[in-house]
Design a protein. Sequence first.
Length: 431
Amino acid sequence: MTAVWKNWAGNQVANGLALHKPTSESEIVAIVDYARAAKQHVKVVGHGHSFTDIAVTDGHIVSLDNYNRVLKVSRDALEVTVESGIQLLELNERLDALGYAMPNLGDIAYQSVAGATSTSTHGTGGRMKGLAAQIVALTMVTADGRIIECSPTKNPDIFHVARVGLGALGIISTVTLKVVQSFNLHAIEEPMRLDHVLENIDKYVADNDFFEFFWVPHTGWALTKRNNATDRQPDPSRRVKTWWNKTVMENYAFGLVCALGRVVPRLIPKLAKALPSSGRTEYVNKSYKIFASKRIVKFYEMEYAIPRHHLTTALKRVVEMVDAKGFLLNFPVEVRFTAADDIPLSTSSGRDSAYIAVHIYKGMSYRPYFEAVEAIMNDYEGRPHWGKLHFQSLETLSARYPEYKRFADVRNRLDPEGVFTNDYLRRVLGN
C-alpha cells in the first residue's frame, strides 16, 4: 500500500512507498540504508510549506515531526543546537523562554528548521541575511548511511554548500544556529502611495531594521511594514486591535474577499480598494510575534530574488504588465530585502537582493500570471525561491549562481546513485 502525502496548499501530492516518522538519528540512518539497498528513493517532507514538488517522491517519505528536540544551548557562544524537524514556531517559543531569539525570520513560522533553511527562506532587512546564514554547524545522514559533521572547520567544503541543500545532499539531522538575546520590535504598518515608496526605497530600507511592502494590484497603494528593535515593552492595550487586524482582517475577512473574487472575478478591482483603507497601525511586541503572521487563507506563490538596484524598474514592469494583460488579482505583491551571503544556492548568494513575491488564491489559475512575472524576472538574473513555484531548469538557472558547479560536485560525491533525487532536483540540478 502506498503512502499519500500532500503539501499545505494541496497542489503537490506524493504517492510514496511508505511514510516514516523517525524519532532518532539511528532510525533515519536505518531508513536510508534500507532504501539504498533496495535502490529506492528517500525524501524528507518537512511541514509541507513548499509549493514546488521539491519534496515529492515515489520512494520513502520521511516526516521529522517527531524529531524535534532542542539539544543544546551555548550561552557563551549564543548558539542553539536542535533536531532538524523542529518547527520554527516551536523553536521561537523555546528560545524566548530561555531569553533568546532568532535574528531574522520569514513571514510564517510553520516550516521545519531544515525545510526553511534548505530552500533559502529569508525574511527581510537590508542589513540582514537569510535563515541559512544563521547556521554555524550541522550534521547530515548521507546516502551511504554515514553521519557527517559539517562546520567551517569540519568538512568545510560540504558545510559551505549544505546550508541551502535542497534536500539533495542527504538528510539534515541536527542544526546549530546563531541566536541573539531576545528583543522587541516596534512595528509601524501604514499605507503609502506606491510611487512614493519606490522613489524613497533606499531610504526606507536603510533607515529601518526590517522593511517590506505590499503593492495592492488595481490600486496605486502599497502597504508598508517598518519594524525596528526597541527597548519599549509590549503594549497590552493594543493587543485587541492587533488581533483584529492580524487574525480577523488579514485572514478571515481577507479569505472571504478572495472567495468572492474567485466566484465573481470582475469584482476583484473594487474589492482591492478596501485593503489600503485600514490606516496606520503601531504596536510593540516580541520579535518573533511580529516577524511571523498567522496564515489561514491558502494560496499558491512564486517569489524571485533580483539584484536590489533593479527593484524599482522590475516592479514597475510588473505593475504595467498586470494592467496590460488584464489580470484580476486579489492578493498583494510582496517586496522584501536581504543582504548578500556566500552560500552557493542561496537566492542572495553574492549580491544584495530584493524579492518580489506573487500569490494566487487557491483554486484559481496561477500559471499565466506567474509565467508573465517570471519573464520579467529573467531579465534581471532572477533566482526563484526553491520552495515556491517557478518554471526554471538547470539550463536556465546554472549561470545565475556563481558556484552552481561547486554544489553539483559535492552532490555527485555524496549521492552518486541518486538516493535523494526526484523529478524536481533532476530539473534544476540535472541527473
